[in-house]
Design a protein around this ligand. Structure first.
Ligand code: ADP
Ligand code: MG
Length: 357
């Protein structure tokens, strides 16, 4: 178990490149923590992970493991176990030979190797699969072999780059639970890369949300969900409605905004954001924090239903609220009367204690 520190780390692939692939990233990962880099394709997640592994060196900045500067240390001196999206297993070798690979390179004795390979296969629930060929295994089993191969060297840190993206939906969910169980048991500090926000939320102690090479927010799944730092995070994590609304009053912790069509609602705001009456606030409202009301009730946003999806657990409504920018709001209501249909006029009530500026 070891902590990791990135201090003002940037990576520019070509001197001429105008945008850095990773741009001034500073973060600290605690010993034993499961930390996720989350963001859309191309935002710099893999590049960041590869700098931690030592496959790339930062253009500027420092990386430290347990206080020791490793910024320009070779990958094989860093003691990290890496799991890739495409598994990168040797197809012509057996499961046991694949898992043993890192031990062979480290010249571990034959007896220790077979004991540690058996242990690692047990860890990933593949006891007895040692003699199988890789191409005899399912995708999920291959992914677990890749995990065993990373764990067998008892790395100081586990680095996982989109390891589940080649699995189908059900197996992906099972395997993510499995990865987290194994990580908890081993207590290995882990950095996990994904573009899938549900996966990040379900697995992580903390998440760094990235966009265009920069960290937008670092927080627990609850923090990034309920208190997004900006509109990008609000929209990227789960479904969110981001509404531009005029501020009527503001103090240090709350901002009151005017609703289209009359009425007011208060929203939580970090430091009031320095907003004043007359400013425009971006208010994030999760679908489950908007309740359906009648179109003529007080303090509601009025609109017309443009789409309706029954999902079993809840009904998702899309409501045209007729703002100048063609504003639409998604509502996840648990209790929608059967008579509500596309084209109906409705009122939407925002639950004030969950709104966030
Ligand atoms: P992600 O993993 O979030 O999808 P990457 O870290 O792979 O993103 O890429 C970030 C940016 O850096 C992208 O614009 C990508 O095209 C660029 N990039 C990544 N690797 C290289 C490379 N080896 N050479 C040049 N550009 C690269
Ligand atoms: Mg990537």
């Amino acid at each position: 178990m070891i902590d990791v520190e990135l201090e003002s780390v940037s990576k520019r692939f070509a001197r001429s490149a105008e945008a850095a692939a990773v741009d001034d990233v500073t973060l600290t990962i605690g010993a034993g923590e499961f930390f996720t880099l989350l963001g859309p394709s191309g935002c710099g997640k893999t590049t960041t992970l590869r700098m931690v592994a030592g496959f790339y060196f930062p253009t500027v900045g420092h990386i430290r493991f347990g206080g020791q500067d490793v910024t320009r240390l070779a990958p094989n001196k860093r003691d990290t176990g890496m799991v890739f999206q495409n598994y990168a297993l040797f197809p012509h070798m057996t499961v046991a030979q694949n898992v043993a690979y890192g031990l062979k390179v480290r010249k571990v004795s034959r007896a220790d190797t077979s004991r540690r390979v058996a242990e690692a296969l047990a860890q990933v629930h593949l006891d007895g699969y040692g003699a199988r060929r890789i191409d005899e295994l399912s995708g999920g089993q291959q992914q677990r072999v890749a995990l065993a191969r990373a764990l067998v060297i008892r790395p100081r840190m586990l680095l996982l780059d989109e390891p589940l993206s080649n699995l189908d939906a059900k197996l992906r969910e099972e395997t993510r639970t499995e990865i987290r169980r194994i990580q908890r048991e081993a207590g290995t500090t882990s950095i996990y890369v994904t573009h899938d926000q549900a996966e990040a939320m379900a697995m992580s102690d903390r998440i760094a949300v990235m966009q265009a090479g920069r960290v937008q927010q670092i927080g627990t799944p609850r923090e990034v969900y309920h208190q997004p730092a900006n509109a990008f995070v609000a929209r990227f994590i789960g479904r969110s409605n981001v509404l531009s609304l005029p501020v009527t009053t503001a103090d240090a912790t709350r901002v009151e905004v005017a609703l289209p069509g009359g009425g007011h609602v208060a929203a939580g705001a970090p430091d009031g954001h320095g907003l004043r009456a007359g400013d425009t606030a971006l208010v994030s409202a999760r679908p489950e924090h908007i309740a359906l009301a009648g179109p003529d009730d007080p303090d509601v946003i009025r609109g017309r239903v443009t789409a309706l999806e029954f999902t079993g657990m809840a009904t998702h409504l899309t409501v045209d609220i007729g703002t100048e920018d063609g504003g639409e709001v998604t509502v996840a209501a648990v209790d929608v009367p059967d008579r509500v249909d596309v084209g109906d006029r409705v009122g939407l009530r925002l639950s004030a204690d969950r709104l966030w500026v």
